[in-house]
Ligand binder design. Structure first.
Ligand code: PHE
Length: 500
């Protein structure tokens, strides 16, 4: 068995005088310890290792009880009453006289009768009968008084140092003396303790915590490191921290910033013109219906630059100058002015392009969008999209695919694939899928903006565009099969979420 440093120290100290029987004080002095708990601990270890034997002596220590302390102060009741009696004439030693005196209280007078009888002064016909020879009475009272005062003086005395008869007497009286058991130990080396090699008694540094201080010195080189048990259950610290959705947004933001993108924002309230017409979404597209889009009463209509509306009308009706034939149906300006809650964040990127059609750009935004969905395991009427565009001379479909792959790879999903899809505003269009637990999950749409979208704005270069669901991604990251869990404010669940 490996000895602790304290055990080694105690053993070394004792080996200086191998035959000795050591008491606590001697060990404290030899080891230079001030805490007797060290001796008990180290001694116990040495005992278990068979290197010392411990002898225990149990003694009762006596001290005064509350009544005893009062007696030490103002005299034992029998002493007080005896003094009073000695000063009284024979005719005035009655119980009544005692009660009327200051020698004892009324209550004490009753007790005094028994005590005095016990020392040889019985109550006869209501009067204390004092014998002719009082020497024995006085001797008894004197002995009792001395017993009390010696305890008062010493505080505690071992049973062996006290008169057995008197102790028994006072023990029988209530509250006069108290006792407490005291254990005294002594330690002796065994043959084994004497024979052990000095070398085995080198104290070594046991390290449980690696601290900067420790590493600054040299002692760690020879230290014994307490091994970590990584299987032990440990409490999970629960402190304030960002909501997993917010943490995820920060992570996505960091990735796009790192990839050289700038962040853009936009308003929740938009016109149908910017949210849809600018994106060449036909005005009779089903997604525009009341049951899919939240149209607003306030503002019911939103101001738009007349040239812009005319441009959209032109493109929608006949393709404008874009080479397209447009949708062929009549364009409603009223529809374009309608106020709504944005249904996708593509409205942010298209407006960004409309403001700066000639500046190459790489921008992204993470924002909330609104759709009239019934809430279920995979749908919410409010959710977030991760939107982005790249506009530059060399922008291309491979560049778009690579950008999305890079993003998902940085998020921890290296397996990404794209599949052909359809959006009114991109050509070609792709669906982006990520492999998770062996399954391909659709996370968003992407493509190259159609000429019907970019040409009227004056953009000269191709524009890669994408819009992806943030909550869908969050479900992968957090391993959820119900999207609603993200917004339940379930504190217990929240406290168990990983730090993203
Ligand atoms: N706006 C599309 C959606 O909401 C995604 C998308 C964005 C598709 C950009 C193509 C280009 O699903």
């Amino acid at each position: 068995m490996e000895l602790t440093n304290n055990a080694k120290r105690m053993l070394k100290a004792m080996r200086a005088d191998p035959e000795r029987t050591w008491d606590l004080d001697a060990i404290l002095e030899a080891t230079d310890w001030s805490d007797q708990a060290h001796v008990a601990g180290a001694g116990g270890g040495l005992d278990e290792a068979g290197m010392v034997v411990i002898a225990e002596q149990r003694t009762n220590l006596w001290s005064l009880g509350p009544e005893g302390a009062a007696a030490a102060e103002s005299g034992l009741l029998e002493a007080r009453v005896w003094d009073w009696l000695s000063a009284q004439d024979e005719g005035s030693r009655g119980m009544r006289d005692l009660q009327a005196s200051e020698a004892a209280s009324k209550q004490e007078a009753g007790i005094a009768v028994g005590l005095l009888k016990d020392v040889g002064v019985p109550l006869v016909n209501g009067s204390f009968s004092v014998p002719g020879n009082t020497a024995a009475i006085e001797a008894t009272i004197e002995m009792r008084t001395e017993f009390i005062s010696s305890l008062a003086e010493e505080g505690t005395l071992a049973e062996a140092d006290l008169d057995g008869g008197l102790l028994e007497h006072f023990h029988g009286r209530k509250g006069l003396v108290d006792s407490e058991e005291h254990v005294e130990r002594t330690w002796r080396l065994t043959a084994r303790g004497i024979a052990i090699d000095d070398e085995d008694l080198e104290e070594i540094l046991h390290v449980a915590d690696i601290t900067p201080d420790l590493l600054q010195g040299e002692e760690w080189r020879t230290a014994d490191f307490k091994p970590y048990d990584v299987d032990l259950p440990a409490p999970t610290p629960v402190g304030g921290r960002a909501h997993p959705m917010q943490a995820l947004i920060e992570r996505i933001r960091a990735i796009f910033l790192e990839m050289g993108f700038s962040e853009i924002e936009g308003d929740f309230v938009q016109s149908a013109g910017w949210n849809m017409d600018a994106l060449f979404i036909p005005q009779d597209h089903p997604a525009r219906e009341m049951q899919d889009t939240f149209y607003l009463d306030e503002p019911e209509s939103i101001d738009l630059a007349a040239e812009r509306v005319a441009q959209w009308a032109d493109v929608h009706e006949s393709g404008g100058g874009t080479g397209s034939t447009g949708w062929g149906s009549e364009f409603s300006e009223e529809t374009a002015h309608k106020g709504l809650l944005r249904t996708h964040t593509t409205v942010n990127t298209i407006r960004y392009l409309a403001d700066r059609p000639n500046e190459p750009c790489r921008v992204f935004g993470i924002g909330r969008v609104f759709r009239k969905e019934s809430i279920d395991r995979t749908h919410l009427p409010e959710f977030h999209q991760i939107e982005g565009i790249i506009m530059e001379p060399e922008a291309s479909l491979p560049m778009l695919v690579t950008t999305l792959k890079t993003f998902y790879e940085k998020m921890g999903y290296p397996e990404v694939r794209v599949r052909p899809a359809y959006f009114p505003y991109t050509e070609p269009s792709m669906e982006v899928e990520v492999k998770w637990r062996g399954e391909w999950l659709e996370l968003g749409g992407s493509g190259i903006f159609r000429p019907e979208v970019t040409e009227p704005l004056g953009c000269k270069w191709p524009v890669c565009a994408w819009g992806m669901g943030l909550e869908r991604l969050a479900m992968l990251v957090l391993g959820l099969d119900d999207i609603r869990q993200l917004y339940l404010s379930d504190l217990d669940w929240l406290s168990r979420q990983p730090i993203l």
